[in-house]
Design a protein around this ligand. Sequence first.
Ligand code: CMX
Length: 438
Amino acid sequence: MANLKEKFVSKMVPMRERVQKIRKEHGEQKISDVTIDQAYGGARSVKCMVWETSALDPIEGIRFRGYTIPELQQKLPKAPGGEEPLPEGIFYLLLTGDLPTYEDAREITEEWRRRSELPKYLIDVMKAVPADTHPMTQFALAILQLQKESHFADRYRKGMNKLEYWDPMYEDVMDILAKLPAVAAYIFRKSYKGDKHIPADPKLDWGGNMAKMLGVTDDPAFVDLMRLYLVIHCDHEGGNVSAHTSHLVGSALSDAYYSLSAAMDGLAGPLHGLANQEVLRWIMDLMKDLGGVPSKEHLKKYIWDTLNAGKVVPGYGHAVLRKTDPRYVAQREFALKHLPNDDIFKVVSSVYEVAPDILTEHGKTKNPWPNVDAHSGCLLYHYGITEYDFYTVFFGVSRAIGVLSQLIWSRALGLPLERPKSVTTEWIENQIKAAPAK
Ligand code: CMX
């Protein structure tokens, strides 16, 4: 795809110079201090990584290249007749920093269509996977199996100048993103629909084809849901587990297949992306126990029971956010427009009304507000995707857009091996002893 690649080069060259200048002239300037609590506590808020594609404010939420979700719903190109932005458009934006035209997005659709076919060896491997394997395991496995296609690994083996790393990385990223909807749909149909598959439609966009190949409904609102979903889950700055994992693994010059597959292993944790499946499971259990849509009083007791049993309320809390996640809000607005009378949506809304006060009273979580995962399952369930173990795969297809765009940038900027320093508890105790008395 000449245009996008040329456009990227036009951005890459000045950006390289900009970063080199910053490092040369201001490399010694401090931007973060680290406390003992942060060292034990998962490095919260320690600023020690650069991530170009998005930035997260604790109160306002995510901005993709400076744009909020409502702004992108307005400004990104849409498919004819569609109401939600095309994921191809956000890939263009994350990679180049510029808003695409409809034609720019269409070119990416075409490029991904040309690269989308799944090799037969992948299908053979996927067929051999035990049927009860979790969809996220299958997804990470499929990405890893495709690694033998890597241009980056091939070029590196043959000998490549560092300044060229970004180029085969770009090619790998385009190949992977092109195939992910078909990989995801293949896992879905194999796991839940009798191993009967639906071919892609060459006339459809990337998200449209994702919806088509799943084969759950012809409702055009579902196609728009897929596009919205694939846009809003794509990136959430660099510190989250999936993004950070891809960054770390990629820093060893592992190619995009290795980096993404590892990122998906992190996304599959219940405190991260798997929370979307856990939310639906929790709500379905709740509706079963309480006989359908519960009263507020019953719901409050159920939430307290969850907390008193030493469990988390899935979909609530966040390591960075301190307000309702704008990705939650975008999905809530979609639900209010398309499925206001859905019973599960009613429960999701009731939880939103009562859970923040309960979590505040409980007094542990720093953020009592819902995150992205509190809402996505109810939308997917409404359109017939009732197998909630599959939900995190959608998150993974979307997250690939963000982490892979950044991976191209990481190689373009020559970012080095990531290697923070670890210390022992004994070392920390010695630091405490050596510190001046307060
Ligand atoms: N329910 C109950 N307790 C919660 C809670 C919740 N939803 N959220 C946080 N807490 C607890 C933590 O478990 C922690 O307890 P301990 O002190 O006993 O360890 C305490 O509150 C402080 O946690 P925190 O600093 O507010 O939050 P963290 O940065 O440690 O963790 C997160 C963030 C998301 C893992 C946590 O809020 C959580 O477990 N939420 C539920 C799972 C979830 O929805 N994850 C998806 C996040 C979005 C995504 O990545 O996809």
